[in-house]
Design a protein around this ligand. Structure first.
Ligand code: Z5A
Length: 217
């Protein structure tokens, strides 16, 4: 029988360059400074098998373009392994799990941007993640053009990966997808304006997490 999940699961979501990674490290420090035990993790590619899957997903292959359905299945395989190896054990131990992307990314990227059927993508995501659902999702809302420019500037080699290199229109669909998800579940998915300076975004996100933890305990 599966053990109860005593921990607190938080995900960060948003388009390219929304600042998830930067913010997650700051939030981890904030929580640890208050004595919490934290697992910082991400998708795709955190588990051992996931590292291989990440390469298949993000590397460009001119001769063999990845089919949207095949792409979906790779993200889901990564997630199943990630939950089993990392997320579930940490939640069973009572840790706070901070995760960079989860099921909402699948709906926004593979559903809205790749054009797969959104309700069916949601259904299959539910099947894969089972009872492991975030208590809080922070949606870092940045204008796609602004986020893409940040990513371009931050990429030392100047070479974007297979998904980052998609058209601006593709990234606008992702943005639309995240807004739609926020409207469906405003209690869980809280929007933070990530066009603002990182210090302001950090303060807002920090307050959100600490308030939710207080409600939960
Ligand atoms: N994907 C999918 O399609 N389906 C799925 O189910 C899942 C994922 C789970 C994973 O890429 C890709 O997989 C991703 C979605 C897709 N698309 N792509 N490509 P990844 O793991 O390599 O990276 P990412 O998740 O897209 O995020 P990132 O590159 O790590 O960026 P970020 O976390 O959003 O931003 P950052 O690294 O914190 O910041 C980027 C730069 O902006 C950096 O120089 C910061 O200093 C700067 N920054 C951050 N915040 C600010 C503010 N507020 N002002 C100014 N500058 C800022």
């Amino acid at each position: 029988m599966e053990k109860p999940l005593k921990g607190f699961f938080v995900t960060l979501e948003g388009g390219e360059g929304s600042g998830k990674t930067t913010l997650l490290h700051r939030l981890k420090d904030d929580l640890e400074n208050e004595g919490h035990s934290v697992l910082l993790t991400f998708e795709p590619g955190c588990s051992e098998i996931g590292k291989q899957i990440r390469l298949w997903i993000l590397e460009e292959s001119q001769n063999h373009p990845l089919e949207p359905l095949a792409e979906l299945m790779l993200f889901l395989a990564d997630r199943a392994q990630h939950i089993h190896e990392c997320i579930r054990p940490a939640l069973e131990e009572g840790k706070i799990v901070l995760c960079d992307r989860f099921t909402d990314s699948t709906v926004a990227y593979q559903g809205f941007a790749r054009g797969l059927d959104v309700p069916r993508v949601q259904e299959i995501c539910e099947l894969v993640s089972g009872y492991v659902k975030p208590f809080l999702t922070i949606f870092l809302d940045v204008e796609p053009v602004v986020g893409l420019e940040r990513t371009r500037q931050a990429t030392k080699s100047g070479k974007m990966d297979r998904i980052e290199s998609e058209s601006v229109e593709f990234h606008k669909q992702i943005h639309k997808g995240f807004h739609w998800l926020h409207e469906q579940e405003p209690q869980r998915i809280v929007l933070v304006d990530a066009n603002k300076p990182i210090e302001e975004v950090h303060q807002e996100a920090k307050t959100l997490i600490f308030d939710r933890i207080k409600e939960y305990v």
